[in-house]
Design a protein around this ligand. Structure first.
Ligand code: HEC
Ligand code: HEC
Ligand code: HEC
Ligand code: HEC
Ligand code: HEC
Ligand code: HEC
Ligand code: HEC
Ligand code: HEC
Ligand code: HEC
Length: 256
């Protein structure tokens, strides 16, 4: 009698324990999609019991006729309650509309020779509606897009599909995408020089200096005033015609 009572308590506990520990050992499953990156399903996160909104999920809650092992499901099928959609319907678990809850997105960096880096941030582009389809795969494929020029963008291609001054800020606002900062030159004896990008952008655009006079990186070679007087670096413009000359106005550039 006491033995049976003991078993009545111990056996279910044992069953729970083995199920739990077995679950924790089951591998994470990674799904690869063509247009929406990868999705990692974690058994462990789903079997955790302490979370108040997590039901005591049994293997059968998922491994049933709505989720056949090895079969691929589309989002449309999930919307109809299959696979992840059995629970991810905004009631039992977060809704399918929250794409980034499952599909991992990251910042994309464009390395551009003339201007340095441009960052595309998925997060700031995804509003509450989280619509991947606004861009994928019409405006952009997730990778392997051919490089485009600013001229292409002005015709409405790539970023220019929205950055046209109507749907989003215009392409004329270069530095919102191509960030710039002040450049400090330490000069012995003559005082440091601060080159202000923003101060110059009222008169020039990136291409007037980059690709010809400068790379978009700090070149190691120092330029002397004598070289500037012959038209190098700042002297290309600071010649008394395009801008004040380097032969005078020392203090306009050098802060003593
Ligand atoms: C919340 C849903 C869910 C629960 C609960 C769940 N699974 Fe899974 N399981 C999945 C999904 C999704 C996959 C991957 C899709 C597929 O292969 O069909 C998977 C795959 C597996 C795999 C294959 C893993 C591999 O490496 O290929 C095993 C084994 C498995 N589950 C065992 C279990 C067992 C045992 C339990 C209960 C202790 C359990 N699962 C509970 C969703 C679940
Ligand atoms: C609960 C997790 C989850 C959420 C939320 C989710 N997905 Fe998915 N999605 C998946 C999984 C898992 C797969 C792969 C399924 C398979 O291969 O069986 C997938 C596949 C896809 C695919 C390829 C299959 C198809 O339907 O064409 C696309 C595209 C996609 N998802 C887009 C989206 C978009 C857009 C959203 C938001 C509106 C979204 N997903 C929200 C888990 C999710
Ligand atoms: C049996 C119900 C059920 C099914 C089926 C299910 N989930 Fe979940 N999932 C939950 C619950 C409950 C939570 C926790 C509550 C919440 O965050 O809304 C959760 C949380 C998550 C999370 C956040 C926790 C984490 O793992 O980082 C992800 C991601 C997730 N599920 C992906 C998926 C994917 C992908 C599928 C399909 C392959 C799926 N789920 C199928 C119930 C389910
Ligand atoms: C405003 C446009 C836009 C939206 C909306 C958008 N993407 Fe992207 N996505 C991009 C751009 C641009 C790239 C970079 C393409 C390239 O490298 O040529 C990219 C690249 C990707 C990549 C590959 C990058 C990597 O990590 O290697 C994935 C995966 C991706 N997107 C998934 C998504 C998903 C999932 C959504 C919805 C949640 C989404 N995207 C919504 C514009 C967008
Ligand atoms: C909406 C963001 C955005 C704005 C605004 C923008 N650019 Fe770009 N720019 C890019 C991206 C992204 C690339 C790289 C495209 C690629 O490689 O496919 C690029 C490429 C370039 C290139 C190299 C290709 C070419 O056209 O020669 C130059 C130079 C350039 N930008 C200058 C500018 C200038 C000057 C402005 C302002 C008049 C500007 N950009 C405004 C995002 C932007
Ligand atoms: C589907 C439309 C769409 C496309 C395509 C798009 N953007 Fe945007 N972008 C927006 C909107 C909307 C905003 C926010 C509104 C605003 O600031 O005008 C924004 C904001 C930004 C911002 C400021 C916020 C932040 O993330 O720092 C940058 C930078 C930016 N976009 C860069 C890009 C680049 C680079 C591309 C191309 C690779 C691109 N965008 C493509 C719609 C788009
Ligand atoms: C009037 C000339 C001029 C214009 C216009 C200009 N730059 Fe520069 N830029 C410079 C100089 C000078 C340097 C420092 C290069 C050196 O020391 O070799 C520099 C350096 C840079 C660097 C590297 C900075 C660092 O942190 O090391 C980037 C990135 C850059 N510029 C981007 C841009 C972009 C984007 C534009 C257009 C929005 C632009 N520049 C317009 C003169 C210019
Ligand atoms: C348009 C801005 C500008 C003006 C005007 C200018 N300089 Fe310079 N000067 C610089 C910059 C920038 C450097 C550092 C260049 C480098 O490191 O590549 C420099 C470097 C120097 C150096 C160290 C290199 C060398 O040639 O020995 C001296 C000394 C110097 N300046 C003195 C002067 C004097 C004196 C004047 C006035 C006759 C003057 N500068 C006017 C921008 C300016
Ligand atoms: C592509 C032409 C060009 C180049 C290269 C250039 N500048 Fe200028 N700069 C200008 C013009 C145009 C002005 C505004 C007209 C004027 O003040 O004469 C200006 C103004 C300035 C000013 C006064 C306004 C301000 O921003 O404070 C300083 C200081 C200056 N430049 C420093 C430099 C230094 C240092 C360099 C080299 C590292 C340099 N510039 C390279 C064209 C150029």
């Amino acid at each position: 009698m006491t033995f049976r009572l003991l078993m009545m308590i111990v056996l279910p506990l044992l069953a729970v324990w083995t199920r739990e520990s077995a679950a924790l050992e089951i591998k994470d499953v990674t799904f690869s999609t063509e247009n929406a990156g990868t999705v990692t399903f974690k058994h462990a996160a789903h079997m955790k019991k302490k979370r108040s909104n997590t039901p005591n999920i049994s293997c059968k809650a998922c491994h049933n006729q709505n989720m056949v092992k090895g079969q691929h499901y589309t989002m449309a099928q999930m919307e109809q309650g299959q696979s992840c959609g059995q629970c991810h319907n905004g009631k039992k678990a977060f809704a399918l509309a929250k794409c980034t809850g499952c599909h991992k997105v990251r910042d994309v960096t464009y390395k551009i020779r003339q201007t340095g880096q441009v960052k595309f941030r998925h997060t700031t582009h995804l509003g509450k509606k989280q619509e991947c389809g606004t861009c994928h795969n019409g405006i952009f494929k997730t990778s392997g897009n051919p490089a485009v020029t600013m001229k292409d963008m002005e015709k409405g291609i790539s970023c220019g599909a929205c950055h046209n001054g109507k749907k989003a800020f215009s392409l004329a606002s270069c530095i919102t995408c191509h960030p710039v900062r002040d450049i400090n030159y330490a000069v012995k004896g003559a005082g440091k020089v601060v080159f202000s990008h923003t101060g110059h952008l009222a008169f020039q655009t990136c291409n007037d200096c980059h690709g010809t006079l400068y790379n978009a990186s700090r070149s190691k070679a120092k330029v002397s005033m004598a070289e500037m007087e012959k038209g190098s670096s700042c002297g290309a413009c600071h010649d008394g015609k395009t801008a004040f000359t380097v032969k005078e106005h020392c203090a306009t550039c050098h802060k003593m």
